[in-house]
Design a protein around this ligand. Sequence first.
Ligand SMILES: *Cc1c(COP(=O)(O)O)cnc(C)c1O
Length: 347
Amino acid sequence: MSFDLEKLVRPNILKLEPYSCARHEFSSTRARAFLDANESPYNTPINRYPDPLQRELKKVISQIKGVSEECIFLGNGSDEAIDLIFRIFCEPGKDNVVSMYPTYGMYEVASNINDIEYRKVNLEEDYSLKADKMLSKVDSKTKVIFICSPNNPTGNSIEHKEINKILENFSGIVVLDEAYSDFSSKASYRFKIDDYPNLIVLNTLSKAWASASIRLGMAFSSVDIILLMNKVKYPYNIGLPTQEKAFEILSNKEKVNAWVEKILLERSRVIKAFSLLPICKKVFPTDANFFLAKVLDAKKTYNYLIKEGIVVRDRSRVELCQSSLRITIGTPEENDALLEALKNFKG
Ligand SMILES: *Cc1c(COP(=O)(O)O)cnc(C)c1O
């Protein structure tokens, strides 16, 4: 496989002269007076523009994730990274992307916003992905392939053999969304960005790190791809309060690990009990903090649970997820409430 990054990038992006921020041009914090950015001099303490490249935060993330700082992009959630990938590589009205189905809905939404054809490859009955099937959808206008592992909403991980085959036989960009990898014992692909110049791995603070509300997503990739993402992003895409909150969260790694352990224990307990319910037809294997279950009547079960004050996700309208509910693992008390309510539900 030959990989030519410049050939993949939209010509306008390749030529783009990025916005030059005041804080880019002079980055020392030791000046006597900052009179360069039209900020207020009064300490609120959010009167100054934040570091556009979030360098201090990337140092911490680099330590935790084992990826060097220049290979990290930080965005307003993973969703910003997904949108940027379309804007960098895909020519509206001309190019296409290939993705698996069912999967996370944002790839298709971002594709539609950017006027890019979105080609879906159905997963197999057990929700496994066949690389050959995916590669057969690729043509000369295919710029990006999306893979989500562990996959949302099915919960399963995609076989490494299939992911490798796609990485090795596709000359465009491969986005591997590992939003749930903190719950999985399988090795992360972020350690393989040096082996695969076409790989972008996505992570987020929204799930295991218990910080969906601050909006912080990460992309790990080659220096060249990260430079492109930095060039196209809004100059100050991560606010100072978010950066500071992220420091605090990331310093709690032990607590987060303990939460993950607890969620995994609860996951086994809930799945075991759920499988015994008369309404349960099947629970699919999961490597995430949720599970997909086929039940007798998903809509009826969903409505019953709503009346009981318990909200799950009805995925029964999703093709290949007929009569299925996606259920997140909560605290032991929340999980008990779910199981208790369902024990009294006759379907
Ligand atoms: C929840 C989720 C995300 C997280 O997105 P953020 O924008 O970082 O909150 C990303 N990918 C998948 C597959 C998800 O399920």
